[in-house]
Design a protein. Structure first.
Length: 185
């Protein structure tokens, strides 16, 4: 951040009084610009014991497989955002959303909130954001082509719970990128 969104003046990175970490502060008007994690919301859509997955048609990780998810918008609930993202990426509607997994991704300042849900009907299709959308059984999950570590983690948790028939809300965290991504940075 270079300039204040309130007055347009240049900002300085400093620890404000009564704070414990550096923030961008405008010396001219005194506005403290807090930077907080982004919330990503998504779904694990199920139809007849298969998971709906989509191949990304946008960067980052274009061409890799994911669950439908994206950034929460202002003025929408977390569940509404997860429904919207699922529709935008798969063209399908979901129902019976149940909070399932929250993952803190510390190194990229994101929090993922994933819901278990059912497809209302198997009416999915490619979209601007997904070049391919398909239902996959456990044995068909393209593990070597998963877009993000958080999606792999979500699928592992879900499949473990599915094998026991007990789904409880979980939390998890990812503190650093996997070594394969660290080498590319």
């Amino acid at each position: 951040m270079n300039y204040c969104s309130q007055c347009g003046g240049p900002v300085a990175l400093t620890v404000p009084p009564d704070d414990d970490r550096p923030r961008y502060v405008c010396p001219a008007c005194g506005t403290v610009h807090y930077q907080n994690p982004k919330l990503v919301v998504g779904c694990i859509p199920i139809w007849e014991e298969r998971i709906l997955m989509c191949r990304r048609n946008i960067e980052p990780r274009k061409g890799f497989w994911t669950l439908p998810a994206g950034f929460l918008e202002n003025d929408e609930t977390v569940a509404a955002g997860a429904r919207r993202e699922t529709f935008e990426e798969t063209g399908s509607r979901v129902t019976d959303l149940a909070p399932y997994l929250m993952v803190d991704i510390v190194y990229i300042h994101q929090i993922y909130m994933m819901y278990r849900c059912r497809l209302q009907a198997p009416d999915f299709h490619p979209t601007r954001e997904s070049s391919e959308v398909k239902l996959v059984a456990e044995a068909e999950i393209p593990w070597d082509e998963i877009a993000f570590p958080v999606i792999e983690k979500t699928l592992h948790h879900y499949l473990l719970d599915w094998s026991t028939g007990r789904f409880s809300f979980r939390t998890d965290r990812i503190d650093a990128p996997p070594k394969s991504l660290q080498q590319k940075r």
